[in-house]
Design a protein around this ligand. Structure first.
Ligand code: SF4
Ligand code: MG
Length: 324
């Protein structure tokens, strides 16, 4: 399989007035052609910062410290801004939780899709308008001929998310990054949007990186999972392995909390203790203040990311080293 995205040992910090926020540290991640991969973790763990690093849509005080992000052989960490403008919306499409922050309220949705097409393909106005209409049909908007003339506020939340997806896939990207794409929508619409993303992945051969805190979506739509905690990947494995044999105590806690219907929550705050502040993450294993299995080395030594046996998951935990 060819990878469409390959991140190696990425460290990205935010230099704020309060100090250094260690948003992403030593993160490695791969998405292969046509594959659906999940990045899961609590809010504030660095998932969205990872996505924004890939798109280079970071605040000005963000600093890449080390590592590379490769898409189609190009390193996006060092790519000139002009190349990035082609990659964003061209090679990589992105959809966010709240489409309204991305859509221009003063322009008809058809124009907004057509503009993305013109920017990335150099198509003329007539051709771009035709492609905008086709993109709306591709995201299953029945009366696309009318919707092209609508403004975002005239559409429901689910329809706006469809329009955002239409913009994201209008140029047939090889990778679609979906950051909590359904969190703001009600349950029936959520299912429709996820089905749509999954169908588009098959139709267009687009790989998907799904950023979510919803393990139900991961089980249903993804084949591999990266679990992120406090700016680091702590486990990566096939979806079946993660659900049947989670190795990292944090992954185990996530799964347990997601199985408790009395504690269903918007996020993973259901695990005892607070997620760490990335301004001053705990020393040693970052999960140690909350870990039920903490032992001698954990509070002082940071565990490496080790393979849990041939062809198995990668796990960042001293227990794995103790087993080997
Ligand atoms: Fe728990 Fe120690 Fe493993 Fe961290 S390294 S997850 S504290 S057992
Ligand atoms: Mg987020």
């Amino acid at each position: 399989m060819t990878d469409v995205l390959r991140i190696d040992d990425l460290t990205m910090h935010l230099e704020t007035e309060l100090g250094t926020v260690r948003a992403v540290e030593n993160l490695s991640l791969r998405v292969d052609e046509g594959e659906a991969v999940a990045l899961v973790g609590e809010s504030g763990c660095g998932k969205s910062m990872t996505a924004l690093s890939i798109m280079r849509l970071l605040p000005p005080y963000a600093r890449f410290r080390s590592g590379s992000i490769r898409v189609a052989g190009k390193d996006l960490v060092t790519a000139p801004e002009r190349a990035m403008r082609q990659i964003r919306g061209g090679t990589i499409g992105m959809i966010f939780q709240d489409p309204l922050t991305f859509l221009n309220p003063l322009r008809q949705v058809g124009e907004q899709i057509a503009e993305a097409v013109r920017l990335h393909t150099g198509a003329g106005r007539v051709e771009a308008d035709a492609q905008a209409l086709e993109a709306l049909r591709r995201v299953r908007i029945a009366d696309a001929e009318n919707v092209v003339h609508n403004y975002p506020h005239q559409l429901s939340g689910g329809m706006r998310q469809r329009v955002l997806i239409a913009i994201a896939v209008a140029c047939r990207p090889s990778l679609l990054i979906c950051d909590e794409p359904t969190t703001a929508l009600d349950v029936t619409i959520q299912a429709q949007i996820m089905e749509l993303i999954d169908n588009l992945r098959h139709e267009l051969g687009t790989a998907v990186l799904l950023i979510t805190h919803d393990l139900g979506l991961v089980a249903q739509y993804c084949s591999r999972v990266y679990v992120m905690y406090a700016g680091q990947v702590v486990e990566d494995a096939g979806v079946r392995e993660i659900f049947q044999h989670p190795r990292h105590p944090y992954t185990q806690a996530l799964l347990q909390s997601s199985l408790r219907p009395d504690r269903v929550s918007e996020d993973f705050a259901v695990i005892d203790g607070q997620p760490p502040q990335l301004l001053a993450p705990p020393p040693g294993c970052r999960f140690h203040p909350r870990c039920p299995r903490v032992f001698d080395p954990c509070p002082s030594a940071m565990p490496g990311l080790d393979r849990a046996g041939e062809g198995r998951a990668m796990v960042r935990c001293h227990l794995e080293e103790a087993h080997q």
